[in-house]
Design a protein around this ligand. Structure first.
Ligand code: AKG
Ligand code: FE2
Length: 362
């Protein structure tokens, strides 16, 4: 259930411009605010994050094109003042999207996944448990792409003629999001006083994943009765996630002080939501929280009175992880011999991520 005693969101909103353009003391202040948010909630909204808002809008336009936005539903989704409807949308049939299929298995995270293929699981490694979860698959479709220089996971694109301009746009959007990840890592290094050059070089290969997500419209009753889910409660498994979401809402974050109780993390215009993943939580010796989150009913649909249909929803998560040979051992500032011993054995990023990804697809 959603906690009734919490208002919209306890997630702090931080003005990142003060880090990008500010004085040394302003940078330090922003770093401290982000550190505090990650300690307490594991999530932070960043305003003025430096990824051009027009570019974010354009990315949403591409997502709509890819996933067959119908002009009927779009006004409800985006509100009047965003430019996300400005392109001439056309329907891309499933056969076309299947020209770039996500390979089976959990080790090559690229290309198109049709609704129902993926079931996000939280710490489920037991085959029987995973099979049970799959009985109500997440009702969403996705398209994943990554760093064009990642030889281990080559991108899987549609033929250029099917969606001209899509690949170059996504490659450039990837770079903008990567830059933001590196800036956040620099802020975190400042907060922990990690000696120069800080954490950014541990992500030097930028083996990140850009995911385009579409949750099709569905009957409200299906979501309420848990006949279908949008995305089940889970934590992310890398270091940092950036999340851009449209205006529909429905993302919920677990109350750090009350397991099983969720509060809304509503979209905030022009802000990106950033959260800690499991690998980073471990690396920080649990100084930072990797908080469980899920996507359910948008807050304005919690009362059944009027609307029977939950509108479609689009979101764009960007998952960062460390270079695969990085040894994840408690970061400076996160442990000491006396009061805060290291909780975890050192592990490479590779060893850790493999274990988690195997649970996603099979
Ligand atoms: O769609 C969203 O808002 C959240 C997606 C998410 O949590 C994920 O893909 O890991
Ligand atoms: Fe997530």
């Amino acid at each position: 259930m959603v906690s009734p005693n919490l208002n919209d969101s306890d997630i702090p909103v931080v003005d990142f411009d003060k880090f990008l353009q500010g004085s040394e003391s302003e940078k330090e202040d922003v770093a401290k605010q982000i550190d505090k948010a990650f300690r307490e909630v594991g999530f932070v909204y960043l305003r003025n994050h430096g990824v051009d808002n027009g570019l974010v809008d354009e990315c949403f336009e591409w997502v709509c094109i890819l996933f067959q936005l119908s002009l009927h539903t779009s006004s409800d989704v985006y509100g009047a003042d965003r430019s996300r409807q400005s392109k001439k949308f056309f329907a891309l049939p499933t056969e076309t999207k299947m020209l770039a299929p996500h390979p089976p298995g959990g080790s090559h995270h690229r290309g198109y996944s049709a609704p129902g293929l993926e079931k996000v699981s939280q710490h489920q490694y037991d085959a029987g448990e995973i099979a049970k979860l799959r009985e109500t698959p997440d009702y969403k479709e996705s398209f994943e792409s990554g760093n064009p220089h990642d030889a281990a996971q080559p991108n899987i694109w549609l033929p250029e003629s099917k969606l001209p301009g899509f690949k170059p746009f996504m490659e450039s959007y990837f770079t903008h999001c990567s830059n933001l990840v590196h800036l956040i890592l620099t802020a975190l290094s400042l907060a922990l006083r990690v000696p120069a050059p800080g954490l950014s070089p541990t992500h030097s290969k930028s083996l990140f994943q850009l995911r385009l997500l579409h949750y099709p419209a569905m009957e409200r009753a299906q979501l309420v009765n848990e006949a279908r889910s949008r995305i089940n409660a889970h934590s992310d498994f890398g270091t940092l996630t950036l999340l851009f979401q449209d205006r529909v809402g429905g993302l919920e974050v677990e109350d750090p002080n009350e397991k099983g109780s969720f509060r809304p993390a509503p979209p905030i215009d022009d802000a990106v939501l950033v959260n800690i993943g499991d690998l980073m939580a471990r690396w920080s010796n649990d100084r930072w929280r990797s908080t469980v989150h899920r996507v359910g009913l948008p807050p304005n649909l919690t009362s059944p009175a009027t609307k029977k249909i939950v509108p479609e929803r689009y979101s764009i998560p960007f998952f960062a992880t460390a270079d695969m040979d990085t040894v994840i051992d408690a970061l400076p500032g996160c442990w000491d011999e006396v009061g805060r011993p290291k909780k975890y054995e050192p592990v490479t990023a590779w060893g850790y991520v493999q274990m988690r990804m195997a649970a996603l697809y099979e």
